[in-house]
Structures are given as structure tokens and as C-alpha cells.
Design a protein around this ligand. Sequence first.
Ligand code: P6P
Length: 341
Amino acid sequence: MSQNRLVTMDEFTIQETRKFPQATGELSSLLRDLGLAGKIINKQVRKAGLADGILGAHGATNVQGEEQMKLDVLANDTLIDILKNSNECAGIASEENDNHVCYEDTFSANSKYVVLFDPLDGSSNIDVNAPIGTIFSIYRRVSDLGKPCTEADFLQAGNRLMAAGYIIYGSSTMMVYATRLGVNGFTLEPSIGEFCLSHPNMKVPEDGKIYSINQGNTIKLDDGMKAYLDYCMESNKEEGRPYGHRYIGSMVADLHRTLIKGGIFMYPADKSNAKGKLRLQYECNPMSFIVEAAGGKGHTGYSNVLDVQPTELHQRVPIFIGSKNMVNKVLEFVGEKQTVA
Ligand code: P6P
């Protein structure tokens, strides 16, 4: 292959599969299906401001009690439909759905993976044209092949993930995914309609200069977190202000910046969200799998995110995630205080 030719995601995953003679290519096929879903959702997102019936509220609330945007529903339906037609997925669980969905056909019942997703994270940013994203997790099912998947397939700890990733609909559209081999980023080339390798072997810098938190919640935070924010904001005479603050309000966008530039993203427990706001299975586990595969850290304040044993599909946890040294620093201030109430 000539050195300067674009490498598509499909070509890349095939090359990766060839490194393992026993690999069947099923995971690669599932990633391809997720990439297709991302391209279809991207098309809907990109025309949202122009086409009728895409912007604005859907007129219902989801299981989280959050107002559903029309694009939330479009993205959710797209993922459910594409994965139903995949040969590699036995069922799905979505942040937008109360319960998991088993695909009833024989092919799906004999598939060995299940997929969880947040179809459009940060959707409150849609109407203001800020970056949003799709987050996905891939687990090998624990239920018997040939039978419908079970809830246990979707309540596995993050340390059992086979792969996780996101598609970010920003100034460009990118698909980033992690396996145990590492993290790679692919940028959509619209002229050929393919995700092409643009960020090989992504690594989170061990340190960073950015802390990311909704500072409007400060009054609701515990003393340890307030002390940490004071540390971030105090002037350090020798080195100038230690950190800058960035917060987009879209986890995919804040984490993508953190993955590339380093830094820390935090959504701690607070007086309004005693167990944290972000969802373990749809946001915190996949993002922690990606960040840890890139050399960073994801912690709840009481354990590594990936070690939490889920007890319910829509469980929430506090999260401190990003550059390893910055996560360790905030844990010095927070200690065990982020215990789940
Ligand atoms: P807040 C979006 O709704 C989301 O789930 C994440 O993408 C984002 O990081 C967070 O919530 C923003 O929450 O309370 O700061 O608006």
C-alpha cells in the first residue's frame, strides 16, 4: 500500500485482525456497522439547521426524565435498525430506552456481542450547533448463544469490555474506538464517505493544563471538591496559573479534547446528584475504557470506573477522568468522600 494513501477504517480493522490468526473478524464487522450508523446520523446532524422536522424537541421525555430532542430519536432508531441487521449483535441497550432490546431472529440469537449506546450525547447542544456525539460499548454476551440475550449481558463491569468508542459530530466528524490493542481515531472523508485513519495510537498526556467541570455547580459540591477548584484557580507565582478551564457541556467533546490535549474532566457527586449525573453503562464505562487504553485514568472517587459492578441499566456514578497525574491529584482532595449515597 503506498505510504501517502488514505487508510479507511475497514482496511485498518482488517489489518488489525490479521495480527491474530484466531480472530474471526466479527468485532471488525460490528465496528463497521457502527461506523455506518455514525455516517447516517452525521447526515441527519449536518442538515439539522436546514431540514424541517429535525431541530427542536421531540415532545417526550426519556427514562432519564430528560426532554428528548428529535435528533435523539432519529439517532436511536438508526442505531437500533442498523444493529438489528448486523450479523454480530444479539441485542442492544440504549440510554433512551427503559429496557434492553433482544433481536429475535436466528442470526442475532447466535451472535456473540451486545452493544450499549448513548445515541446522541450532549443533545441539548444541538440547537446551538455545539459538538455532540454517539457513545458505544461492545461486550461479549454472557448468556447462551442461540437464545435471546438477557439483562446480565448488559450489566457487565467496564473491565469486561471488548471495545468502546464514540463518533463526534464536531468541526469534522470522527470515529474513535479502543480495543485492548489501543485507541485509534478516524476522520470522515465526505468525498468517499469513509472514516480514514487520522489519529493512530492515541495517548493521553500524563499531565495537562485544562480542568473541565460545570463550575456553576460549585455551591453544591463537597468541601474536598471546593478545595480542589481553589487549587486549580489559585495563582502559582513561579509557574503562572496552573490550569485553564474549558467546559462544552457535551461529554464526548470534552473527553475528545482531553484525549488529545490532556487535562481532567469531572462530574462529581453533588447535593442534586448524590450518585453523580453521568450514566455508568452509557457514558462513564465506555469513556473510561478509551481513556485507560490511551494511558489515562477514570475514577469514581471510590473505585476505578471500570471496576464498578453495575446493578441497574441506568445507574449513575461520579467521574474524574483524563490525565493520570491530574486524576490522582483530585483524588488527594476528594479522597473517599465521593462514596455513593
Ligand atoms: P450539565 C449531556 O446532557 C451530558 O450527559 C454530558 O454529555 C455532559 O457532560 C453533561 O451531561 C452536562 O451536564 O449538568 O453540566 O449540563
